[in-house]
Write a protein that binds this ligand. Structure first.
Ligand code: DGT
Ligand code: CA
Ligand code: CA
Ligand code: ZN
Length: 583
């Protein structure tokens, strides 16, 4: 089946190739379409199957032309025009653009001047000193390319959570409908909501394993069968590998616990069990205190738990814990002490504090975005378009004058809607940590998000100082996507999360969990450091369209991976408390 993620990837590639050809405007249209296709809640391929062209064109950013390409791809598996572009520029675009500072235009130029098609070609040319000879490049760029090669090679092996999780949901829905399936659940990194996913692990319990495996393999979304056995199957759906394991009902809980991982969590848990005369594995929890050799077999000693996951933890005197916590970052000790966090949920979120409109690089009007937020029953909402500054796409940022004009418009929309609308801005944290807004603008605004968009290759100390400086700025309310990382694309800033959090506590600045599935920034481990220090978090979508307000799902689970409770997250607070924090 053609997944939305796959369609989005093709549209993105289209945009890259057009951009490499120096085509204007069109690349942006394709990128917009790619974003909303990727965020669309149901498979767009279903509209194609149902011959519902109108539904396709109704997807934000998809007009007549792009709809035709989508239909062509779903029906034939390729897009002729894309094939032509690929033939003209036969490069490994995704690999090459993963190098920091190398975008589609650069790839186009490197191909025209040096015939570079792959990372290997690029490495050869850079080592031979040929890159620096190309107009617009220099020795520094060439060195930067060499420094980034290894990283670029490693990336791209894993799927984004935002791409793989909708597929996992489909897998679950399919399994639930199969005859003989008792219970089913996803496991592995996808159940722990990791930012990137190696493969999708799924688990089903049944008395009739072979029939269930067979029925699973008949699913029409499967593109390839990789391998299968009496109680398991591995298949490929789109770009994603799915591993199904089928177990007996009395072992479902133990298998779920085992295959959810993480490996580090399991190792610690197993040692915790051994210290208490217990043996733990995918088949159950066993009391082996009276057994001479507990390693003599898998199902050995007295079987005390296994049917449910809760029973597995209980057998060790531990509380069950949400999968997001299972990264061996103190969760077993907390479970032993009855000290597990009450994690934030999506229902706790009362508003979004970082969003865009067509005033900068968003797709919609202020009113359209506000109406969409009100429809989600949010109590407050902040419009925070880009201010001018380094790293902001050409001419997209607002001047002081435009910001003041927009504030007026936000006030007017706020009057027409019940939801409280904040007039905000996304300022740029420059290389020194300054945000460069005039006093007049600062006074007119309700909320300032400040984010780094440039100089993302700084060393650890410089980056830490820079971000701390931004957080210390009394005008800054939220530090947006602190690292600036783009998953599978660029690493972003490496900094000391504890130092940042301490500054955030001292200066009443919230640290963002940017929910865009390409970012998830802060990542969970840094959220945990922040929460430990007592810093506040804001879970924001950075939405550029109504559909992407739904990114909140990824942000909430990322915050949960960082042990965040509602009290830690400012946009779960009642309006008046939030207001007090902002002042
Ligand atoms: P991924 O797929 O790379 O995103 O990460 P996971 O965590 O899904 O890892 P995967 O798919 O290799 O295995 C699924 C789970 O199975 C893993 O989280 C823990 C468990 N597991 C796999 N191999 C081992 C192992 O050798 N020892 C232990 N204790 N657990 C394992
Ligand atoms: Ca996995
Ligand atoms: Ca209002
Ligand atoms: Zn933004």
């Amino acid at each position: 089946m053609t997944t939305n993620a796959e369609l989005a990837a093709r549209l993105e590639e289209f945009a890259d190739l057009l951009e490499a050809d120096d085509v204007e405007y069109k690349p942006r249209a394709y990128r917009r379409a790619a974003e909303s296709v990727g965020a669309h809640p149901t498979p767009i391929a279903d509209y194609v199957d149902a011959d519902d062209r109108e539904a396709i064109e109704n997807v934000e950013g998809v007009g007549e032309a792009i709809a035709s390409k989508i239909i062509e791809y779903v029906e034939t598996g390729e897009i002729e025009e894309l094939e032509e572009l690929r033939a003209e520029l036969p490069v490994d675009m995704a690999d090459l653009t993963r190098i920091e500072g190398v975008g589609p235009k650069t790839v186009g130029k490197l191909h025209r001047e040096l015939g570079i098609e792959t990372l290997d070609d690029l490495e050869e040319a850079a080592e031979a000193g040929e890159v620096r000879e190309v107009k617009g490049f220099g020795a520094k760029t060439e060195q930067n390319i060499l420094d980034n090669l290894e990283f670029a090679r490693q990336m791209g092996q894993r799927q984004l959570l935002g791409e793989a999780r909708p597929l996992a949901d489909d897998v679950l829905a399919h399994l639930e409908g199969l005859e003989g399936v008792d219970r089913c659940e996803v496991a592995g990194s996808i159940r722990r909501w990791r930012a990137t996913i190696g493969d999708v692990d799924a688990l089903a319990s049944t008395e009739t394993p072979e029939a269930v495996v067979e029925a699973f393999l008949a699913w029409d979304s499967i593109d390839d069968e990789i391998e299968s056995g009496p109680a398991k199957a591995s298949v490929r759906v789109g770009d994603v590998r799915v591993d199904l394991r089928v177990v007996a009902p009395e072992e479902f809980g133990s298998a779920l616990q085992y295959f959810t991982g993480s490996k580090a969590h399991n190792v610690r848990l197993r040692n915790y069990a051994i210290d208490r005369g217990m043996k733990l594995n995918e088949y159950g929890a066993f009391d082996v205190s009276d057994v001479d050799d507990p390693d003599a077999g898998q199902r050995i000693g007295e079987h005390v738990a296994g049917e449910t996951e809760e029973s597995m933890y209980e057998a060790l005197g531990l509380h069950w814990m949400p999968p997001e916590l299972r990264e061996d970052r103190g969760e077993i000790a907390a479970a032993a002490e009855g000290d597990l966090p009450e994690l934030v949920t999506r229902e706790d979120v009362r508003g979004d504090l970082h969003t865009h409109t067509e005033w900068s690089d968003g797709n919609n009007t202020i009113e359209e975005m506000v109406a969409a937020a009100e429809e989600r029953s949010y109590e407050y909402y902040c419009v925070s378009d880009h201010a001018e500054g380094p790293g902001v796409v050409g001419g997209m940022g607002l001047t002081d004058e435009e910001i003041l004009e927009q504030v007026e418009e936000v006030r007017a929309v706020d009057d027409r809607y019940e939801i409280e609308v904040f007039a905000g801005i996304e300022a740029n944290v420059d290389a020194d940590g300054e945000i460069g807004l005039s006093e007049e603008v600062v006074d007119a605004l309700d909320l300032i998000v400040a984010s780094p968009h440039s100089a993302l290759g700084q060393d650890f100390d410089t980056a830490t100082d820079r971000l701390v400086r931004a957080v210390e700025n009394p005008d800054v309310d939220v530090l947006g996507h602190p690292s600036g990382r783009l998953l599978n694309e660029r690493e972003g800033l490496d900094f000391d999360p504890n130092a940042l959090a301490r500054a955030a506590v001292d200066h009443d600045t919230a640290l963002e969990v940017n929910s865009n599935p390409h970012r998830l920034d802060l990542p969970g481990s840094d959220v945990q450091a922040a929460v430990d220090e007592g810093a506040k978090i804001a879970i924001d979508t950075d939405a550029h369209s109504p559909a992407t307000l739904e990114y909140v799902r990824w942000g909430v689970h990322t915050a949960r991976r960082g042990w965040a409770e509602p009290a830690d997250v400012i946009n779960t607070w009642p309006l008046e408390e939030l207001r007090a924090f902002l002042h």
